[in-house]
Design a binder for this molecule. Structure first.
Ligand code: IMP
Ligand code: MG
Length: 181
């Protein structure tokens, strides 16, 4: 079993979602996606770096064929408040034209990243584009959210683990931990 409490850089964290709960929910999402994409070969686009753990667990539970690709964008720099200005650090490698695209996010906060990606992907004329996010922070969106598959809705508090970082570290925690205030 994973620890219930953690201290990271003098900050106290407590467990929010155990590895077991994550595994159960990821299985449910994979089952739903497999059902919705029967006979298709979607491209899963992981948003680096946070989505890699979720994406790798999710695609191994699918029963449909799939391809993967990755993009990296930056929105905040080091600040916790979004500047609204998003820059592309690593662009798509795959040709998205005419394909079914499923963007995989670790967490949606302001929704600005998702809005930016949706616009950019639509300009590449895919057959379809949907979004899956493991976590969505409640009442944070500053733009309308279009999340087709959502793992968990959480409070507006900082979380870490299962891909999510604190200053680039702790992505390899098996569970998700929330900051204690
Ligand atoms: P937004 O939806 O454009 O505001 O950006 C979401 C991105 O911010 C996510 O992909 C994460 O990289 C990052 N992020 C937001 N909240 C957290 C958090 O609580 N922990 C770690 N990263 C976060
Ligand atoms: Mg991210």
């Amino acid at each position: 079993m994973e620890p219930k409490h953690l201290k990271i850089d003098q900050l106290d964290f407590e467990i929010l979602i155990s590895h077991r709960e994550l595994d159960k929910r990821v299985t449910e999402l994979a089952d739903q996606i497999s059902l919705d994409y029967q006979g298709k070969v979607p491209i899963f686009v992981g948003v680096l770096n946070g989505a890699i753990i979720f994406l790798s667990d999710l695609i191994r539970k699918l029963t449909v064929e799939c391809e993967i690709d990755f993009i990296k964008i930056s929105s905040y720099g080091n600040k916790r408040i979004s500047s609204g200005a998003i820059t592309m650090i690593k662009d798509f490698s795959a040709d998205l034209h005419g394909r079914d695209i499923i963007v995989v996010e670790d967490i949606v906060d302001s929704g600005l990243s998702v809005a930016y990606l949706k616009k950019r992907i639509e300009s590449m004329k895919p057959a379809s584009v949907k979004f899956v996010s493991l976590l969505v922070k409640k009442d944070c969106a500053v733009v309308p959210l279009n999340i087709d598959y959502m793992g968990f809705e959480i409070e507006n508090k900082f979380v870490v683990g299962y891909g999510l970082d604190v200053a680039q570290k702790k992505r390899n925690l098996k569970a998700i931990y929330q900051i204690k205030e």
